[in-house]
Design a protein around this ligand. Structure first.
Ligand SMILES: [Zn+2]
Ligand SMILES: [Zn+2]
Length: 153
């Protein structure tokens, strides 16, 4: 039945101008758009991407520029600017953690930052302030300015 076979083939074909998403041949995709797999290789997750924004046409379709690529080997392009780093914790989380540690190890009376956590809930200050003696050098950070950016590698 040659008639039905031809009909089925016509249904599969979609004019490139009727395609739902813009299509790009390999190597011609605009900057900022990458395939899902490339995004993964960059260490990124789709992030705020809500589905693909364009299609990366398969190799075969480069010879058929008028037809939309409907082949399984096509790629789905996502926006790099909406992607998010895959790995956690992020720098912001580390910074927040470091601030929390700084708050626990800084004496509110003498503003020294110690290398250990202070009994702020029970005593309310460092031991030298509570008992009135000079702190041992080497137990606190020597800089006078408050430490705001000390990331533990
Ligand atoms: Zn194709
Ligand atoms: Zn103190």
């Amino acid at each position: 039945m040659p008639r039905t076979r031809r009909k089925a083939r016509e249904v599969m074909r979609v004019l490139r101008s009727d395609a739902l998403l813009p299509e790009y041949d390999r190597g011609t995709a605009p900057e900022g758009l990458v395939a899902r797999r490339t995004l993964r290789e960059m260490g990124l997750s789709p992030g705020d991407n809500r589905g693909p924004v364009a299609i990366l046409r398969c190799r075969l379709c480069a010879t058929r520029p008028n037809w939309a690529c409907r082949h399984p080997t096509r790629g789905f392009l996502l926006r790099v600017d909406l992607a998010r780093p895959k790995r956690l914790p992020t720098l912001a989380q580390e910074l927040a953690l470091d601030r929390a540690t700084a708050a626990r190890s800084t004496c509110p009376k003498c503003s020294r930052r110690y290398f250990y956590c202070l009994p702020l809930r029970t005593v309310g200050s460092c031991d030298p302030c509570a008992r009135g003696y000079k702190p041992t050098p080497g137990t606190y950070v020597l800089t006078t300015t408050p430490v705001t950016h000390r990331l533990a590698a």
